[in-house]
Structure formats: C-alpha cells, structure tokens
Design a protein around this ligand. Structure first.
Ligand SMILES: [Fe+2]
Ligand SMILES: [Fe+2]
Length: 179
C-alpha cells in the first residue's frame, strides 16, 4: 500500500459521517429540533478522528516531509490551502460545541447556529477531500521515492498506534477529583 492509502480509506469514513450529518440537517428543517447527543457524536468524530487522527497524519507527517521538498508554487499553494481548511474545520467545530451546549441549556436560538455549522461541515469536507484525493495526493507522491513513501506509511501506523492512548489519557486527565 502507498502512504496515501490509509488517508484515502479514512476519507471514506469521514464521507459516511458527513452523510449522517446531512440527514440530521434535513431532520432539523422538518421537525425544528436536533438531538444534542447526535451533535456530541459528530463533534467527537470530527475532533478525534477527522482532525486529530486524520489531519494529524497529514500535517505532522505528510506536510512536514513535503515542506522540506522543492514544491512547485502550485503544490505549495494547495498545501497552504489545505492547512487553512483544517484550521477552518477546527473553528467550525468549536462554534458547534458552544452552540450545542447553549441549546442543551434551553437556548432555542442556538439551533440555527447548530444547523449553520453542520451545513458548513457538509459543504466543506467533501471539497477538501476531493482536493486531496484527486489533486494533492497524486502530485505529492512525485516528491518521494518508493522507500520514502513506505517510511511515511510506517510512520502513519505508528501515529495511529499512539492515538487511543493519547485519547484516553486526556479523558482521565480531564476528570476532576471529587472534593
Ligand atoms: Fe486534509
Ligand atoms: Fe484528508
């Protein structure tokens, strides 16, 4: 498998989650409410899987290695756009978390914000994924030898191996001791 393999497999799961978010939007429009637990699930997926695990491998391994290469102006521009997209995704998710907690506390006006942020994710992710799958990943492959590509793949697996430990360490560290 090439290094881009796991990234593209992860894109397919992200697309499936985007499908459920799209369904939730239809539901919001028809019944005028949302299940805050679904929003929690979507947020956890986007933060932990799409951002930390997936964008983490892109930024901390693939983009890091590409940054040392003599990238064409076009490839560098696209890489910078992708990094900006990741930042935009984080900001959108943060706003979604805030709106969801207001909604849970009874603020009905937060529903419109939840819908807007979910819609942003639905519009943004497929375009971002297409840019990577169709344009950026094929272009970036040319900057690496087969050996370098395989070394990146090995580093991706190592990155994933640590993820579950990082996640639950942060869960425990986030808990407060009872007084
Ligand atoms: Fe990305
Ligand atoms: Fe990606």
């Amino acid at each position: 498998m090439q290094a881009r393999g796991p990234l593209m497999i992860e894109h397919r799961l992200i697309e499936r989650m985007i499908g459920f978010i799209r369904d939730a939007l239809v539901q919001i429009q028809s019944v005028g409410k949302v299940d805050p637990l679904f929003v929690d699930t979507a947020v956890d997926f986007v933060r932990m899987y799409a951002d930390r695990t997936h964008h983490g491998k892109e930024e901390e391994i693939l983009f890091r290695d590409l940054d040392k290469r003599p990238l064409s102006p076009d490839d560098r521009r696209v890489m910078n756009e992708l990094i900006e997209d990741h930042i935009f995704g984080r900001q959108t998710t943060k706003a979604l978390v805030d709106a969801n907690s207001r909604y849970r506390d009874g603020d009905e006006t937060a529903l419109a914000v939840i819908a807007e942020k979910l819609k942003t994710l639905v519009d943004f992710y497929p375009k971002h994924i297409e840019k990577e799958d169709e344009v950026f990943f094929p272009a970036s492959r040319d900057y690496f030898t087969d050996e370098e590509d395989q070394a990146m793949l090995a580093e991706f697996w190592e990155f994933d191996r640590k993820m579950i430990h990082e996640k639950y360490k942060s869960v425990v560290e986030g808990l407060k001791k009872p007084h």
